[in-house]
Ligand binder design. Structure first.
Ligand SMILES: [Zn+2]
Length: 328
């Protein structure tokens, strides 16, 4: 009798081919009714930022933490005050002059605090360590971390890359620490600044080793993880969905939803919608299907093995933990 304007088979919402045909513009029904916060994206003073914001809106993502240099952060905040929570980067040009390094960044952080910013991004991956000689526990950064602690700011840190990258890119041991050793700088910083909340991006940079993340989370109460890096997390957690689900159930209050969507120039809207689609399928359902995101690190065609996280875990990860960290 009643005319239905949407496909009547529920599974069509989760069907990759259907989703592809509509450019991933229609989000499947959500398992939980919370306004999602994506705590890890990269945007800027670029026209395509609207494509990311539009994709987010379609998937119920109401607010996004966007990483950018401070001036772009302020521009984005003024332009999209209800949608964007900017996260500023710092400047390391004068790292050879510790007093100047501190003074420039403290001045930058004063401006950030005056504008209400809450998050500072540290991109301390192995290549940055090697190129700059700076590690997260470097004494030159102490004034910066003390400032973050005083102002209840959050440090969002990229600390490590996939295991496979140590076979592909970080093969020179005179230039790069091992993956295990690279964590020492993060551990020392978390121990030295217990008043600073740290979010280690990309599930701590170690979705391959959930036992390692268990140890870090048990040891450092100021540590949180985000779920960003779509291909990497879908690949590694999807290898062991039961173990991954149990991990999320052990730490529902310490993991925050993030995607690592990056706004580039002249992109297709589906770049952004497809990633939100993959995240939703992966976290919320037990569906096994091909992934629409190419993955150079995958052996064979990339697949999604959904984790089917319980609703109460999703509520914390999607929303409550971000509110607690960013707004309490
Ligand atoms: Zn990122």
């Amino acid at each position: 009798m009643a005319a239905v304007s949407v496909p009547s088979t529920p599974s069509i919402w989760f069907d990759l081919e259907h989703a592809r045909r509509v450019g991933f513009t229609v989000a499947p029904p959500r398992k939980v009714d919370v306004p999602l916060i994506d705590v890890h994206t990269h945007a800027g003073r670029r026209p395509d930022t609207v494509l990311l914001l539009d994709a987010a809106r379609r998937y119920g993502v109401t607010r996004l933490v966007t990483i950018a240099p401070l001036d772009e952060c302020l521009w984005l905040q003024e332009r999209y005050p209800d949608r964007i929570i900017p996260a500023t980067t710092l400047t390391y040009d004068h790292r050879d002059d510790p007093a100047r390094l501190a003074a420039e960044n403290l001045a930058l952080l004063e401006r950030a605090v005056a504008a209400g910013l809450k998050v500072v991004k540290f991109w301390f991956k192995p290549r940055f360590n090697a190129d700059t000689g700076l590690k997260l526990d470097d004494a030159r950064l102490a004034p910066i971390f003390r400032f973050l602690g005083r102002h209840r700011m959050v440090a969002l840190v990229h600390i490590a890359d996939p295991d496979a990258w140590w076979q592909k890119y970080y093969t020179d041991p005179t230039r790069y620490d091992s993956k295990e050793a690279t964590y020492l700088q993060a551990e020392r910083a978390m121990a030295a600044y217990p008043e600073v909340r740290f979010i280690l991006a990309h599930l701590g940079g170690d979705p391959e080793h959930l036992d390692h993340l268990d140890r870090l989370l048990s040891t450092y109460p100021n540590l949180y993880l985000d779920t960003s890096a779509t291909k990497w997390l879908v690949r590694e957690l999807g290898r062991q969905p039961e173990t991954a689900r149990a991990f999320f159930q052990r730490w529902p209050d310490r993991i925050l939803f993030g995607t690592d969507q990056v706004v580039r120039v002249r992109t297709e809207p589906a770049c952004y919608t497809s990633r939100y689609w993959v995240h939703q399928i992966f976290w919320e359902t037990g569906i096994v299907c091909p992934s629409p995101i190419p993955d150079a690190d995958s052996d064979g065609p990339p697949m999604i093995h959904g984790l089917n996280l319980p609703a109460e875990v999703l509520r914390s990860v999607y929303y409550e933990n971000a509110v607690h960290l960013l707004f309490d």
